[in-house]
Design a protein around this ligand. Sequence first.
Ligand SMILES: *[C@@H]1O[C@H](CO)[C@@H](O)[C@H](O)[C@H]1NC(C)=O
Length: 382
Amino acid sequence: MCSLLGLVTVALALYFAPLVTVNVNNSPIFSEPIPEVFTRKIVAIGDLHGDLANALKVLHMAGVTDEHGDWAGNIDYLVQTGDIVDRGDDTIKLYMLMEKLRNQAHRAGAEVLSHLGNHEWMNAVGDWRYVYPSEIKTFGSVAARQKMLTTGRIGRAWAQNYTSAGRLPLHPSLGPPNTDYLPVEPNAKKTPLSHAALSFVHGGLAPAYPQLTPYPSAINKLGESLLAKLYAQAPQPPPHPPNAYPDLPTGTTRAEDAFIGGDGPLWYRGWATDPEKEACSKVDAVLEKIGARRMIMGHTPNMDEIVSRCGGKIIIIDTGISHAYGGALSALAVEYTLTPVPSEKGSEREWQETEVVTAIYEKRREVLAKDERRVFGDFTES
Ligand SMILES: *[C@@H]1O[C@H](CO)[C@@H](O)[C@H](O)[C@H]1NC(C)=O
């Protein structure tokens, strides 16, 4: 009994030791109060393709959800990079799960950021080549499926709560998610945190894609306008197959057409398939334009692991999670910390900025990148 109590005391003392140290440092008697450490935790998940069971496993494994599949409250942002639909039967359940988590996250002060992949867009334009007949049965009929994917629950969720491109700030001074990166003035100097953000699209941002800026709104405006034109079609064109591939709605612009094309953000594979040297020689110019430090994408599966290239500036998180592929169950975690460094009174505030990017698998974790910087400035929340 006595030794158990001793053990507990030692354990408690060890547990609280770091806290006590911080309190001493923060003692405001003779120095200015030191601002608090800021942390932001993000988990990103790639293509899910109709497999609820594996999606739930991945969410739990990454600490996003608890054992009941409910929001666990451990993270600030869950990001999904699209392709929830096709190649499996769990379309309805997966989209409903995402809306449930979105609501639960909200209540916990967190957020779910959802993206439309090329398969969501294929379904929206009536290209149903990868839709299983058994999946159509879960909707009741082709007409019921068309309705739910347009004016019904899923279509409305896509329009309200999904974007095609995402920019997620690592620090609140950059504004809420999907705030455009706009340099203050041409040739303005980058500020220390101006690019402290992650970019998400399903496929990739081709260096020559004409709608890279302002990022991400130029892309998302095209997505919103095209989706509205597709939903407005009455009746909906019969899907392909067995019918012919439907035309895009009348009034579709060339930019909207290119947006869903092979070099658009939903389909582009260059960051996954270009030789390393070539990819790394092009990545900085794109990151510079879009105001981000990393581009995180799905779409091009590697069945074994998350692929990190150019020191983690390019990260491909599609590991074929769905049983349709039988790849690795995986999630990506990004942990950002901005820690005040005690500095001379009156001098500019100094901070230690740390980004740790970790691949999470069923039986192991791997740190893909750990970037540390010293930055100077006053970073107040905007
Ligand atoms: C979109 O998300 C909001 C906020 O969580 C939610 O209230 C709303 O029902 C969602 N929309 C749809 C169509 O699911």
